[in-house]
Structure formats: C-alpha cells, structure tokens
Ligand binder design. Structure first.
Ligand code: ATP
Ligand code: MG
Length: 331
C-alpha cells in the first residue's frame, strides 16, 4: 500500500479525523444475537432445540456507521426513524451506551423499528429473524426526517447517506438533502442500494458492492473488462466525483472522473466476520475525505480499516491507533 498512502501521511490523516463533524442519515437498525447450544432435535418438528445462554445487541445500519465514525474521533449527528416498540427502546439504549446523540432519531407511531435477530449455536447461525418494514416513509414523515437533517447540516462538514432500503432514503428525501448539501459545499458519500440509485445525485462518491452495481445497471457482467465498464458507466450516469466499487476479498476499484480505474487489493490478514465491512468503508472514506485526503488516499484508508474490521468478531469498529499501526505494517 506504500505506493498509495505512506504511513506518515496515513497517521496525519487519522489525527485530523478527530473532531470532524459528520451527519449520517439513513436506516437505523438493531442487530440482536441470541447465543445458545443445541443438544437435541425438537419432538415437535425436525428442528434443533436451542438452549439460550445469553443475548447481546449492537447498533446496525446507519447506527453502525455512527459507531465507526465516533470510534475514530468524529462528532456525529444521526438522523433516522424508529417506531414506538421494544426495538426503539433497545436502539435508544444502544445509542446511549455508545454515547451517540439521539436527537435526530424520529419516532413514528405505527412504524416497526428494524431488528435483525440471529440465533447462534456453537458459533453457527441457526436462523435469522427480521422484524422490519420496508415501506417507504410517507411524504409527511419524509419531510420530518428532512427538516431534522437540514437542522444538523448547518454544523456538518460531510454527509453520509446509509441506505439499506428500509424506507428512510426516498427520492423525496434525496431530492431535498443532496442539493442542500451541495449548496453548502459538503462532501456527500452514499452507501447505496439499487432501487433509489437514479436519485443519488448530486453526490461526491458512492460505494456499491459489485452485486449492487450490477443490479443498478441491469447487468450480469462477469469478466474483469465488464466489471470495469459497470463502474465507468455508473460514475458517468450519476455524475459523481467517484464510484468506489467494493469487491469483498478482492478489495476495491476506484473510478474517478479522469484517469484509469484504480485497483486496491484487500488488506485483511485474518477473516472472521465480514458483517459491517461496508459500514466501515463508508465511514472511513468520508472521514478521511473530510480530513483532507484525496479520493485515492481515502479509499486506501477505508480498505485498510475494512481489512481490520473483518478480522474481528461481530459488528466491530476500528480505532485510530489500530489504523495507524496497520498503515505502518502495510507500508
Ligand atoms: N473476505 C474478505 N477478505 C478481505 N477483505 C474483505 C473481505 N470482505 C470484505 N473485505 C473488505 O471490506 C470491503 C467491503 O466489503 P464488501 O465488498 O463485502 O462490502 P459490502 O458488500 O457492502 O458489505 P456489507 O455486507 O457490510 O454491506 C472490501 O472492499 C474489503 O476491503
Ligand atoms: Mg454494503
């Protein structure tokens, strides 16, 4: 990585991340884990009986982006919606524990708070149960979210849109928020999902994985050449500064306005859990850009951070010290 980002520069950027002010707008979720063990098959149906040993939960989706940013020293405002249910209480408790501001969390009566529950026995996932609504917010609720986001926009240096296609990020919201962010000259980074992709403009950078990018363009591409064409076409269509295409263990490809696409090989040494790698990418990318990095420098740092996070169990985050040490090792 030394050719892209020398360790002293990485260190400088990581230091400058402290105190950067970011606004995150998107789908808030709770990731719940039910840990147990299996000793027999149920007499009621051919399924294992899981004896529950413990329960844990963590912030997911936009909340996990908030946690990633906060862990690197940023000041974060989070805007999203919850219902008035057990999930919303849990989400607020998790925000409090993480010392994240919950003033941007809007309660909508009748809405279901997204909770993804996994039952895990002997380190293996037995089943996942999603309690959620994917219904797009009404115009009235969208306006509420937008008003709250615009309040926080005034104090922000950059905006992250964390779209998990759970209804918060609508064409209406994007149509108000993106032009306002552009007018305020803010960096806007979007972790996208295919349905809304045509409305992701104007933005600075979007970070689809390969499958998302394929779906956006209705492509079934497989060869390296076809993958390059997808990235180029997406950047051209959205007229953003860059598309950062993430490719799991194969790393990333950065497509900018000029020059050839740049491949960034993945950094991971050990891979335990890839959950949340995309949240780490969008967080570190945006924060590095806010700290003054070029798109290539920011992407390299995001790749390094994602490589660290997949080596940890659960929806994990990376600290400034870990990022600095990794940049020295990889140099
Ligand atoms: N198996 C892996 N080995 C090494 N690095 C990985 C692996 N999986 C993910 N990464 C790192 O994380 C980055 C993002 O991963 P990926 O392309 O899977 O994003 P994603 O599909 O958006 O993830 P998410 O499921 O969190 O939304 C990759 O570009 C790479 O740097
Ligand atoms: Mg993703």
């Amino acid at each position: 990585m030394s050719a892209i980002l020398a360790a002293p520069r990485a260190k400088d950027l990581v230091r400058k991340m402290t105190g950067c002010r970011l606004l995150v707008v998107g789908d808030l979720m709770v990731d719940r884990f039910l840990w147990g063990s299996v000793h027999r098959i149920s007499p009621e149906a051919p399924v294992p009986v899981v004896h529950l040993n413990s329960e844990t939960s963590a912030l997911g989706g936009a909340g996990n982006v908030g946690r990633n940013l906060q862990a690197l020293g940023a000041t974060v405002a989070l805007v999203g919606v919850v219902g008035q249910d057990r999930g919303s209480e849990e989400l607020r408790r998790l925000l409090k524990e993480a010392e994240l501001d919950d003033r941007g969390v809007i309660e909508l009566p009748g809405r279901i708070t997204t909770v993804k529950s996994r039952v895990i026995a002997h380190q293996q996932q037995v089943v996942r149960i999603d309690r959620e609504s994917q219904e797009a917010l009404s115009n009235e609720s969208t306006q509420k979210v937008c008003d709250r986001a615009l309040e926080f926009l005034a104090g922000a240096q950059a905006v992250v849109i964390s779209d998990y296609d759970k209804g918060v990020v609508t064409p209406g919201l994007l149509g108000l928020l993106l032009p306002a962010s552009r007018k305020a000259r803010l960096i806007v980074a979007i972790d996208p999902k295919p349905p809304n992709y045509k409305y992701y403009t104007p933005a600075t950078v979007i970070t689809p994985n390969l499958q998302e990018a394929r779906t956006m363009l209705g492509s079934k591409s497989h060869t390296n050449q076809e993958i390059l064409e997808i990235g180029l076409k997406l950047r051209e269509t959205l007229q953003c500064e860059a598309v950062l295409l993430t490719r799991g263990e194969e790393g990333m490809i950065l497509f900018q306005k000029s020059g050839d696409p740049l491949r960034i090989p993945s950094y991971a040494r050990e891979v335990y859990d890839v959950t949340g790698a995309g949240d780490t990418v969008i967080s570190v990318l945006t924060l590095a850009l806010t700290a003054g990095a070029s798109l290539l420098e920011a992407s390299s740092l995001a790749n390094l951070a994602a490589g660290l996070v997949v080596g940890k169990l659960g929806t994990a985050v990376v600290t400034p010290e870990e990022l600095i040490v990794a940049s020295e090792r990889s140099g």
